[in-house]
Write a protein that binds this ligand. Structure first.
Ligand SMILES: [Zn+2]
Length: 259
């Protein structure tokens, strides 16, 4: 198997977690019966935590395989939440620094501004699926039907604009619940996490964000970036990261999409 053959991994057993759930609860029931509630209750709570915690771990492969680092010298810049008012400025920056990036787009934002999607592709960058409506407060607890809709409708929206459907997927706020994998499998999507992030959310200080990213920049890093945030700092953060990459001689390239 080649190195690239392992990069694009779609889930092969999207319901595997049900087996683990049944097994763990059977063991808890046995322990409860034999040892009483003082052992059974803590074991039950701990077993539930085992299934809840991975939802909130962006690089946990428990519910779906995840790519969080690349082989080779290149860095993968991933830019979430667009398209936005920042997209064109970011494209100019990427061009100036001879960098490639993948834009993980929100389906309804792409449908509203298809010309930005075309421009991203025209300039040699990649597209990824980042849900249809970006329901960040409750993405973690979407049921099977709504999760299938968020991933499937984004896939349709981006395919309608780009001509081909995306091959990469990023969970909203990195949360991946038990119903993500089946949708990824249906659409041939591989999930992408990250190895470098700066926490550039609502109350970010750009210099602190860049410092946090810079500490984890290395060959093979997958960098989580954003566009369109209300604080308006996203293009400046991306420019600083590009400057860091240039200073360290790290190229920003796209990984091969074919498995
Ligand atoms: Zn997002």
């Amino acid at each position: 198997m080649t190195a690239t053959g392992t990069l694009h991994r779609t889930p092969t057993h999207p319901w595997r977690w049900i087996g683990w759930l049944l097994l763990s609860q059977a063991l808890v029931a046995l322990a409860w019966a034999w040892l009483g509630w003082k052992a059974g209750l803590p074991l039950m709570l701990a077993s539930h935590a085992l299934f809840v915690v991975p939802v909130f771990l962006p690089n946990s492969g428990f519910y779906a395989p995840v790519l969080s680092r690349l082989p080779g010298p290149a860095v993968w810049l991933t830019i979430d939440d667009g398209p936005s008012d920042d997209t064109l400025a970011i494209l100019d920056l990427l061009e100036r620094y001879d960098a490639r990036a993948t834009f993980f787009m929100v389906g309804e934002r792409a449908a509203a501004r298809p010309e930005l999607v075309h421009e991203v592709l025209r300039r040699g960058h990649g597209l990824g699926n980042h849900s249809q409506s970006h329901p960040q407060a409750w993405f973690w607890r979407l049921g099977p039907r709504r999760m299938a809709g968020e991933i499937g409708r984004c896939q349709q929206a981006l395919a309608a604009i780009a001509g081909t459907p995306p091959r990469w997927y990023r969970s909203v706020v990195g949360m991946t619940n038990p119903f993500v994998a089946v949708a990824l499998r249906r659409h041939g999507l591989a999930r992408v996490g990250w190895s470098a992030r700066g926490f550039d959310g609502v109350h970010c200080r750009p210099d602190a964000v860049v410092a946090r990213i810079a500490r984890t920049l290395a060959p093979g890093a997958i960098v989580l970036l954003h566009e369109g945030a209300a604080h308006g700092h996203n293009p400046a953060i991306i420019e600083s990261v590009l400057r860091q990459l240039q200073a360290r001689g790290l190229p920003a390239r796209l990984p091969p999409e074919t498995a």
